[in-house]
Write a protein that binds this ligand. Structure first.
Ligand SMILES: Nc1ncnc2c1ncn2[C@@H]1O[C@H](COP(=O)(O)OP(=O)(O)OP(=O)(O)O)[C@@H](O)[C@H]1O
Ligand SMILES: [Mg+2]
Length: 283
């Protein structure tokens, strides 16, 4: 049995009111996925591919936060989109890309709340020590200095580290993390990934993570799902999947320029194509 199965999934975002073409006609978006099928394993699985290739949409479908218009999603033999809220969260929790909050509670209060109201009922041993998981997580994600502050008053990188702590403390069977390393420092990214990987292997939790850092994916992921611009994908170990040809195909730029670049964001890729265009013109 595969951990996660998508069978013949078609999904299209709804038309946006006011989005009209030059003839004044409503623009109807084309499907992001059309008759798409895949089987994904358990473990620590990284989604990589350029902006707009479908990483977030696939995560939202897999975690039951979006419903396909046809086809099915099966996660641990269940359809997450059909479950009541709490059961859905216990099966699959999610860190969204660009999450926003309105709460005035402190980080300390929120961590305790998430811990007490999830699968672990507020009590679990750390995976690296005899300490309680809560104090281990505060330590690993460097949260001591922000415990008494409100979540809405933190920097972006600090918020991301709090979200990572939430997802560990809630204790879902699977966690979908959409660009959780965003705005974190290199050392913190490495610390976080090394802990997440250890957590996956020691607890049997499955984590799907999307990120733009190819070097870190290579170093930490068990499995990589590489997205090509045409929605084809390649699945396998980092060594199998992140080979020169396929990475070039996925990003549409020469490998040497991607290899050591940790942040494959839209701006960087656009600059790169411009530079390449310019140098080609000169020759
Ligand atoms: N809310 C939305 N409404 C309409 N179209 C959307 C919406 N969100 C994403 N899309 C489109 O769906 C496609 C897949 O986008 P998605 O956000 O899944 O890509 P991504 O790989 O997560 O990109 P990024 O690296 O920028 O986060 C893109 O063509 C995008 O423009
Ligand atoms: Mg995304």
């Amino acid at each position: 049995m595969s951990f996660l199965k998508l069978n013949d999934v078609t999904f299209t975002y709804p038309p946006v009111e006011g989005d009209i073409d030059e003839n004044g006609e409503q623009i109807v978006p084309s499907p992001v996925f059309e008759h798409f099928s895949a089987e994904l394993p358990s473990g620590f699985v990284s989604f990589v591919g350029q902006n707009g290739c479908g990483k977030s949409t696939l995560m939202l479908l897999c975690a039951g936060r979006l419903k396909p218009e046809s086809g099915s999603v099966t996660l641990l033999d269940q359809n997450p989109a059909e479950l009541p809220e709490e059961q859905k969260n216990l099966l699959a929790s999610m860190i969204y890309q660009n999450m926003e909050f309105e709460t005035e509670d402190t980080v300390d209060q929120l961590l305790s709340f998430v811990y007490a109201n999830g699968n672990l009922k507020g009590s679990a041993k750390g995976i690296r020590s005899e300490n309680d998981l809560l104090s281990e997580v505060i330590d690993v994600f460097e949260l001591k200095n922000v415990l008494n502050r409100g979540l809405t008053h933190l920097s972006k990188g600090e918020i991301q580290r709090v979200l990572l702590a939430f997802s560990i403390l809630y204790g879902s069977a699977s966690v979908f993390m959409d660009e959780p390393l965003f705005a974190m420092e290199q050392k913190q990214k490495e610390n976080a990934l090394s802990y997440l990987k250890e957590f996956v292997h020691k607890t049997g939790t499955t984590i799907y993570i999307s990120m733009h850092e190819l070097d870190l994916t290579k170093k930490y992921a068990d499995t990589v799902l590489l997205f090509f611009p045409n929605r084809d994908m390649s699945l396998g170990t980092p060594d199998e999947v992140l080979n020169r040809d396929d990475v070039e195909k996925a990003y549409g730029v020469p490998y040497a320029m991607l290899k050591n670049h940790e942040d494959l964001n839209r701006e960087y890729l656009n600059n790169l194509s411009e530079q390449l265009g310019n140098s080609e013109n000169k020759e």
